[in-house]
Design a protein around this ligand. Structure first.
Ligand code: URP
Ligand code: ZN
Ligand code: ZN
Length: 486
């Protein structure tokens, strides 16, 4: 009788701390043993010459969500998770997005109804809090946190979603009291709207003016404000989709003061530039996201910040809106002005291959740093570790087997999402996942998606470990406890 359900033999295994040679023994979807010359498996895979990393954890993506311009993501839960699996990601963390007037509990239930039958990889939810009423702050959020929804995103921009500073403080206080991580979309809404109105009045409506309306100082101001508000409440925050120098400087400053400020960046800030928004006609819309991609010098600054350790996570911010489609980016018409075009780019499938090729193989980051940025840190940050994000005995057998020499030209026809373009069209990379395993089952093997709708499982998140940091109040008054402290 075989000792394991599956044995992966002779692999080079990388975790966030080590790179070593081992066989991996898997039973009942979990890693049961790691070592040399393991006993037999009912199925065996010869991974000689291949690399094995933990299945990716993409902690920022949008699935079956409506944009602020009123269009739906092209991907549903099946196509988004199929695309994730084929790119080596086995856990995604999209958002259950509350719109004003909605009950968060009901929103979460609706997202579960969409995800459950269709997800092909595992998932957890962040909450988007856009309407922090007394009911939401006092009852819904505390109960949802207890039920395993331990992170929420708030917006400082988009009229339909943004919170005032006062509301933001209220949400931060709940996060500290009940144990949740707050993620912040840090751009100053009034600055953007003021600039956008003037640009449009001047007839400057093409996609490239999206970037003119959102210069880096807009992001710098909101990042700085976020850091100060979180310091006042004494609670960790994570600044999502950081685009370049000025926000990085704010985060570096906060981290140097010992404040609990984390950062996330995304492929679009390493591989796209503002010039991509200036393609002929409205083609630049394909590259429109917020914050916008900056210039090449900023790409290098983002790389340097990754190497320096400023960023905890590298997420896709997959926000897939089709281009040549009546329900896509140009729904408002071929002459749509930039404020009418949905923000967001796809990237769930190429997130890991892009960073592997340009980061690891070009010696910018180590293999272990790659694993930390694409899997381990997200699992830790959001309370999924060590179930997810590592290769260890007892962890879920979520694995990516890479051919580190495989040459691939990224093009939409090889993607597995529901999009009609990739912003990385024509980019050549080296290294690609040849197999992905979700809890010991192949979901991507030798060029075929082998997973199934409904094969993914929901995971509750534990309290984020960052919440356990010692207190560090800036005044003698603890505003969450409501009392003076000695
Ligand atoms: O442009 C972006 N990032 N779209 C997705 C929504 C968001 O703010 O993350
Ligand atoms: Zn955002
Ligand atoms: Zn996003």
């Amino acid at each position: 009788m075989a000792e394991y359900d599956l044995v992966i033999r002779g692999a080079r295994v990388a975790t966030a701390s080590d790179v070593f040679a081992a066989d991996i023994g898997i039973t009942d979807g979990k890693i049961e043993a790691l070592g040399r010359s393991l006993g037999s498996g009912a199925e065996e895979v010869d991974a000689t010459g291949l690399l094995v990393t933990p299945g990716g954890v993409d902690s920022h993506c949008h699935v079956e969500q409506i944009s602020s311009t009123g269009i739906w993501t092209a991907d549903d839960w099946f196509t988004a998770t199929r695309s994730a699996a084929c790119g080596g990601t086995t856990t995604i963390m999209p958002f259950a997005c509350q719109h004003k007037g909605q009950s968060l509990r009901k929103v979460v239930q609706e997202y579960h109804e969409l995800a459950g039958p269709k997800a092909a990889v595992d998932y957890a939810f962040h909450l988007i809090v856009s309407d922090p009423t007394a009911q939401v702050l006092g009852q819904e959020l505390p109960a949802l946190i207890k039920d395993g929804y331990t992170s929420f995103k708030i917006y400082l921009t988009y009229d339909a979603l943004k919170l005032s500073d006062r509301e933001f403080l209220d949400v931060l206080a709940v996060a500290r009291r009940d144990g949740a991580m707050v993620m912040v979309h840090a751009e100053n809404n009034d600055m953007i709207m003021w600039m956008a109105e003037r640009l449009i009045a001047a007839g400057l409506t093409a996609p490239k003016y999206h970037a003119t309306a959102r210069p880096m100082l807009v992001e710098r101001e909101a990042t700085h404000r976020t850091i100060a508000l979180a310091e006042l409440v004494d609670v960790p925050v994570l600044i999502v989709h950081v685009s370049g120098k000025e926000a990085i400087e704010q985060i570096r400053w906060a981290q140097s003061k010992g404040l609990k400020v984390y950062g996330e960046t995304c492929p679009q800030y390493l591989f796209l530039t503002e010039a991509d928004l200036d393609k002929p006609g409205r083609e630049g819309a394909k590259h429109m996201c917020s914050p916008p991609p900056r210039d090449e010098a900023n790409q290098e600054i983002v790389w340097d910040a990754l190497v320096e350790g400023i960023f905890e996570v590298f997420s896709s911010d997959h926000a897939p809106y089709r281009y040549d489609d009546p329900e896509g980016k140009l729904k408002a018409g071929p002459g749509a002005h930039f404020k009418q075009i949905a923000n967001g780019v796809p990237g769930i499938e190429v997130r890991m291959p892009l960073l592997f090729s340009e980061g690891v193989l070009k010696n910018r980051i180590s293999l272990s740093e790659f694993v930390a940025l694409t899997a381990t840190n997200a699992a830790k940050l959001y309370g999924l570790y060590p179930r997810k994000g590592t290769i260890a005995v007892g962890s879920d057998a979520d694995l990516v087997i890479w051919d580190a020499n495989k040459q691939v030209t990224i093009t939409q026809s090889i993607m597995h999402d529901a999009m009609d373009y990739t912003p990385y069209e024509g980019r050549k990379v080296t290294g690609w996942p040849v197999m992905t395993l979700l809890r010991g089952k192949f979901v991507w093997r030798d060029g075929e998606f082998t997973g199934e709708a409904g094969g993914g499982m929901f995971h509750e998140c534990d309290t984020p470990p960052a919440l356990a940091a010692p207190p560090r109040l800036p005044t003698a008054f603890d505003p969450v406890a409501g009392k003076l402290v000695e």
